[in-house]
Design a protein around this ligand. Sequence first.
Ligand SMILES: *[C@@H]1O[C@H](CO)[C@@H](O)[C@H](O)[C@H]1NC(C)=O
Ligand SMILES: *[C@@H]1O[C@H](CO)[C@@H](O)[C@H](O)[C@H]1NC(C)=O
Length: 463
Amino acid sequence: MARLLILFVIIHLILPQFKCIISPPNEILKISAEIFNSWRDVKKEFTDSMKHPMGLPHFNCSYSIQEPATSVHQLHPSQIDVVAALGDSVSVAQAAKSSSIFDIFEEYPGISFVTGDDVTLNEQATLINMFRQFSPRVKGGSSDRIRKFYDFNLAVPGSFSHELPEQAKELVKILKRKLGSRSEDSWKFVNIFIGHNDLCNVCKNETLYGPETFGKSIRSALTIIHSSIPNVFVNIMPPINVQIHSQAHEVSPFCELSHKQTCSCIFELDKEEYLKIKEKFNDQLKEIVKEFNENSATSNSFTVVISPAMDLKSIPLLGGQPNVALLALDCFHLSPIAHDIAAKQIWKGLFEPVQKKTVTSELSVGMDRFVCPPIECPYLRTDQNSEGCEPPKNFRILPIIPGNTSVGLSMPPFIILGFFLFGTALILLFVRASIRRPSSEFSDERHYLLLPMRRADLNDNIF
Ligand SMILES: *[C@@H]1O[C@H](CO)[C@@H](O)[C@H](O)[C@H]1NC(C)=O
Ligand SMILES: *[C@@H]1O[C@H](CO)[C@@H](O)[C@H](O)[C@H]1NC(C)=O
């Protein structure tokens, strides 16, 4: 009784501040507590059976203290000043630390594989905490608790690729506003990861969510970045083929129910059809990246690189089954373990020549290490320094001063957020309550990856 009263009070105090209670397409997702609980147990079993959920403890890199970089083609991690993220819910780590069905709409940007700054490298790798090992001044990190002044994670849950140019514009504005006079000189690493919502809706309207729109949007976003952000390394990740999520259906019926709400096209298109569409998305990306690099071949201040580390061909197996420990509690987004893997694998890829970057496979899961920038070529690889690490003419290689750091390994303490206390209930309402970004200029409602577009979005003329 007391519980119910508290719940009643909480709902009435908090909810009016939020614009809406979000509703998945069918308003109410009816899932029995039994199915959900058994999914949670199965997921826990997988997690528990991973010997090294956060990879192997290993961080012992020499780092270099260098002068500011003079070329994007000779950019060492110690010269990065800013890490930023554009994209969708995956980049803000939606659902990553969810512990109940009521917080699966929450964002946990503090552990995002790109800007997660609530965790240290000995808890979970993120790109920013790896860059920080080399460049202590690096800015852009996110926290779950507050929106930091220098939080440059501008990814918006629920975004489609056609919304990317808007995010790019926002990034331009925010960098100028927050970095002031330093915005020109500082070196930025901008990560782009988008297209999941497009892929999940592509069966509904191929014009709106298909590869052409994806390509057009990427081109438009890169144009904005290229023309308005000097000294930038753009790391662009092909979207994960969402079809592989259907592998999780054999593990738990919850996953099937969840995906019916979140990514219904995986029930409409078969594996072959998805492979074809995904191929077209990737082709668009390759073509555009090539085009931009050709047009900026003489530029020392802009480059774009495709980072295929998370372009998974399937969900990595564990004991012969899809390893659902990599999935968040909504069975769709990435778990903290997967964010750790993503960060380390993308990082590793940064030092691989552009044509030879590796994709994460089963073998690296649970065995992934922090890779040190190779002594022979410690620069972020670009189209111009991938063959033999040839530095562009006129730029000297600065000396590398070694220094050692080593860190141990432990699982991060999972913070359990319970916004609502319910007694036993068979019908569970999906309720969202995010306090973090109430004033976001972007859609605040579409926290679920695959919510239908709002009317406002349909009217936006972005291109
Ligand atoms: C770290 O690296 C240095 C030099 O590369 C090596 O001598 C040292 O043993 C390493 N330490 C650990 C803990 O691996
Ligand atoms: C698909 O989207 C485009 C662009 O918004 C629209 O013009 C078209 O009518 C849509 N097609 C269908 C079948 O809904």
